[in-house]
Write a new protein. Sequence first.
Length: 456
Amino acid sequence: MEKYDIGILGGGPGGYVAAIRAAQLGLKTAVIEKDVVGGTCLNRGCIPTKAYLKHTELIHELKRMDEFGIMVDGYSLDWKKMRERKNKVVSKLTGGIRGLFKKNGVDLIKGMGEVINEHEIKITGEKDSKIWVENIIIATGSAPIMPGLKGIDLPDVISSKEALDLDELPERIVIIGGGVIGVEMASIYSSLEVDVTIVEILDDILINFDKEMVKILKKSLKKHGVKLMTSSKVTEIAEQDDELIVKIESEKADQIATDKVLAAVGRKPVFSGIENLNLERENGFIKVDAHMETSTAGIYAVGDVTGGMLLAHEASAEGIVAVKNIVGEQELRDNLIPNCVYSLPEIASVGMTEAEAKKEGYEIKVGRFPFMASGKAIAIGSEEGFVKIIADKKWDQILGAQIIGPHATDLIAEAAIAIKLESTAEILANTIHAHPTLSESVMEAAEDVNDLAVHF
């Protein structure tokens, strides 16, 4: 029986990053993966959606080329070629992970892993085997939740797993759920000339995000033809002739005819392969401490299976924390995690929102800077949105930041670093930023915290 220092169940963002770091630190490491390395993020989530969003950005640019003095005489969409490009992107990245495993000496074992006890893992696959491990990291991820509705099993009702690989684009789609997945898919589909309706049971979409940002995003979604139905509950899906009828309970009974229904109501942890472990759970997820260790010594869990925000970068960070604790470095889990929505326009948030800071008892001051006052944003024709920075009124320490607009998901990193370093708004404002750049808007928002913004 082959022996390893660490056996990792799952090769997604939590598992593969943990494996590479473990190997870098001198640990003999094995990753057991039943599917393709990269997990949901790389194969059916983060990366494929970003590939498609690039297509949608180009479509929106084409529609306004005349503003830039470029005359374009129409265009057509080739869904097959879009899928092919997406698949090439995914293939390149999965190949990259396999290359990194080889470079760092990580053993990738293809098959379904089943934990027999704290030190033995059985692998069922092309070649059945068993391995002995000193430590285990559970990184089995999550899967889409399919709501318990009548008609949910109909062939044209899909989850996010199938949404990016349809043979043909539908003319109409109803998306159940106005969270991150629902909004991102609505942004993609509507840009590809699909008639999109989001049905959200709560009174707003993206309920955990800054209300000011969500208001701008809703306006943009509607501008692109997305219909929003909030405070509305899907009660049944039925087949009628060649279409689906979605029955909705809202202020008044309603129903929508559509070609596809996408269920985007959340995700649930995957516990396959760890049934023999009697691990303590919390709110349906594996309970871990600040070191990512479970209730059983020597067994760690990272990523979606532990709950949290269910984000790839969160899983990767937790994987590194787990490995560092295995080698005795006493690393603690970091709860400062940027949250991004790759919509049109993009949304990003880190730290506290205004409402959260007030709820925590802070007296706050808020700085804002609109992209319509940014030279770079005006030059590239992307003036929608703003940067907002929240700081403690007494000490000027930055507590949170929200950005909606061009490259928001890239710009949020600067705010994350500022919060991590316990920076004040004054320090960020006094940091010279290159001109003309979108990042100047972060500086100007920091200046505005103390009413000193120059360009607004």
